[in-house]
Design a protein around this ligand. Structure first.
Ligand SMILES: Nc1ncnc2c1ncn2[C@@H]1O[C@H](COP(=O)(O)OP(=O)(O)OP(=O)(O)O)[C@@H](O)[C@H]1O
Ligand SMILES: [Mg+2]
Length: 391
């Protein structure tokens, strides 16, 4: 943002697995950009922030429309304050691209001209209004398919801006790791304009800090103060494996399970394992279908369990055989079945190497195992299994 303010926009992509914190980071940056939050030791910023939801738009024309609509509504919000916003807002209000009539003809309209018009209006705004620039924040940018042309759009749009001398518009995209491929397959050199920021799980100390801050926030609001023991904190850090969404869920459930205002390891285990506890919650949101729905054999699950210790690393068939202790036939059948159902990924460059699709899936399986070990299998968390499919 600081660079963009000074005429050197660095467009960026925040990429990472589900629940790793992409939207949160984009939201925080948006708040820095608009000046609502001042970054520690950072500069005062005053950008016009345009948060864009693309949904599953199908064409560049629809991308232009989605951005223009949000641009218009942000301008409307500040119009009273900024005289310069008026003319741009009036243009957008009368722009056929945003009208219904245009929509019907959209198939025959070339996207280039409307893309350029939008770029020109943004440049006009940047020149006239007393803002540092414009920040276009696109969350879930992986939602549109590559045919929608987001890569091509950002490339030509930003090129147009710099050609007409506007260097204060910056794009920030957030999405799953497939986003970069989508951008690239939309236009081979579109990926080049972005700086890639890959989010990885939080380090152990950071995980504990998240829990401590959450508790102190709660204690500032509640009459009853809650503390947490070291073993409780350690276990939360371990079970979450650094996924912010996991930390939130395990902590929330431990807080619920606690009865004596001091969260210890047993509260964490109970919170994780209760009927509607953290493992069930995370499972039903992300993993149940993979782990239970698509597999009816305990043996196959055992194979996934043994692989989970290695996160999403590649493992050879032989390693899997040793780790799981299952027979050679079972392992062969399982690998085939799991691969077909997209529960395991086969290495396209080496025969006989497999891995779990994501590290968070591995982390969740590890949490299930760890809590199962602690609690004993007696009242273990089980979902109603879907109909068996022959394995
Ligand atoms: N750095 C962080 N510290 C603590 N909690 C965080 C952090 N980042 C994100 N969270 C929390 O983790 C959860 C998931 O975050 P968020 O929705 O931003 O992830 P995401 O990557 O956008 O997920 P999705 O792929 O599902 O869109 C939220 O509850 C959020 O508050
Ligand atoms: Mg998100």
């Amino acid at each position: 943002m600081f660079q963009t303010k000074h005429g050197n926009p660095i467009h960026f992509i925040i990429e990472g697995e589900r629940g790793i914190g992409k939207s949160s980071l984009l939201f925080l940056v948006s708040n820095f950009a608009s000046g609502r939050i001042k970054p520690l030791g950072g500069a005062d910023l005053n950008f016009l922030v345009i948060p864009v939801e693309l949904g599953n738009v199908a064409s560049q024309l629809e991308i232009v429309r989605a951005i223009a609509r949000q641009f218009k509504s942000e301008l409307q919000r500040i119009q009273a304050k900024v005289e310069a916003a008026k003319s741009v807002w009036e243009f957008l209000s009368n722009w056929e691209v945003l009208g219904v009539r245009y929509h019907k003809q959209s198939e025959v309209v070339e996207p280039e001209s409307v893309r350029d018009e939008l770029a020109d209006k943004m440049a006009e705004f940047c020149e006239k209004a007393e803002f540092d620039g414009i920040f276009i924040a696109i969350d879930e940018a992986d939602a549109p398919s590559s045919e929608a042309g987001l890569g091509e759009f950002t490339k030509y749009f930003t090129e147009r801006l710099s050609r007409i001398g506007c260097n204060n518009v910056v794009f920030g995209l957030a999405g799953l790791p497939v986003l970069l491929d989508r951008i690239r397959s939309s236009h081979p050199s579109a990926a080049r304009i972005f700086n890639l920021l890959s989010l990885s799980p939080l380090a152990p100390d950071e995980r504990k800090e998240v829990v401590r801050r959450g508790l102190s926030e709660a204690n500032s609001k509640n009459d009853r103060k809650t503390s947490i023991s070291d073993d409780g904190l350690d276990l939360l850090a371990e079970l979450s494996e650094g996924y912010p969404h996991f930390i939130q869920q395990f902590s929330y459930c431990a807080f619920e399970a606690d009865t004596d205002d001091d969260i210890d390891a047993l509260d964490v285990v109970n919170g994780a394992y209760d009927k509607d506890g953290a493992i069930a919650q995370l499972g039903s949101k992300y993993f149940d279908d993979l782990y239970y729905g698509k597999i009816s054999s305990e043996r196959y699950r055992n194979i996934l369990n043994s692989m989970a210790d290695f996160g999403d690393q590649w493992l050879s068939r032989k390693q899997i055989l040793n780790l799981s202790g299952e027979s050679s036939t079972t392992v062969s059948n399982a690998l085939n079945a799991l691969k077909t159902r997209n529960i395991l990924i086969a290495d396209p460059t080496r025969q006989g190497f497999y891995r779990l699709p994501t590290r968070s899936f591995a982390a969740w399986i590890n949490a299930v195992k760890s809590v199962e070990d602690r609690k004993g299998a007696s009242d273990s968390y089980r979902l109603p299994l879907s109909k068996g499919d022959g394995d």
